[in-house]
Design a binder for this molecule. Structure first.
Ligand SMILES: CC(C)(COP(=O)(O)OP(=O)(O)OC[C@H]1O[C@@H](n2cnc3c(N)ncnc32)[C@H](O)[C@@H]1OP(=O)(O)O)[C@@H](O)C(=O)NCCC(=O)NCCS
Length: 184
């Protein structure tokens, strides 16, 4: 298995994987292209994929510090560093057949190394609290993630407005998010 930066060659496979793991309409091509821009700073790309042969089995999307917009689910008053130094862990998806084998942590490490090289001091994410086996909060906590705040119905509006079909709830989605931070 190889961990490499995400390139255009793998966009279609990355999209299929993200929507298979998180639900239909979770991600589309224009959004992914925008996310690739947000991930790139000083010629360093913080988005990574895990490849088994030429098949994408894992995807980690992360934004460079100061290149992403805050929203109502961000609590900068509780963050350990300035907003301008904070990277964002946007999305991770491991193929269901490959979950629980340590691929997520490898992708996270690759992203953290890139984000650090870009100059970030920490990274924040919204961890899916209903993820299968509680994998999301577990893997992030093992990597040093600390809970900042819990947010109920984090993807509710997204499911209503963008027809996002949560794999757990369908529409509407009532899943909650744990706002968590890793200091670098
Ligand atoms: C969460 C995720 C990224 C973790 O990556 P991973 O490669 O599976 O991570 P690990 O192999 O280190 O597993 C972490 C823990 O979660 C458990 N786990 C992961 N996937 C699981 C599953 N589908 N069912 C039951 N347990 C699971 C593992 O057994 C392990 O538990 P342990 O710490 O008690 O040993 C990956 O499982 C995934 O893509 N899950 C679905 C999508 C998701 O939740 N994305 C994150 C949204 S914020």
């Amino acid at each position: 298995m190889n961990i490499i930066p995400l390139t255009e060659t793998y966009y279609q496979q990355a999209l299929l994987l993200a929507n298979k793991v998180h639900g239909d309409n979770y991600l589309d091509l224009p959004s992914l292209i925008d996310m690739q821009k947000k991930a790139s700073k000083n010629a360093i790309n913080a988005n990574f994929i895990a490849l088994e042969g030429d098949t994408v089995v894992g995807l980690r999307l992360s934004y460079a510090a100061n290149q992403w917009p805050l929203d109502e689910w961000c609590t900068p008053s509780l963050w350990p560093c300035a907003q301008t130094d904070m990277a964002y862990f946007k999305c991770i998806a491991i193929d269901p057949n490959q979950q629980g084998k340590g691929i997520g942590p490898k992708l996270l490490t690759a992203s953290i190394n890139a984000l650090k090289q870009q100059g970030a001091k920490a990274g924040i994410g919204h961890l899916w609290q209903q993820s299968p086996g509680n994998g999301a909060v577990k893997y992030f906590t093992k990597a040093g993630g600390k809970l900042i705040k819990e947010h109920k119905n984090r993807w509710y509006e997204y499911s209503i407005k963008e027809n996002y079909q949560c794999t757990i709830c369908g529409v509407p989605c009532h899943c909650s998010a744990a706002e968590m931070v890793i200091e670098f």
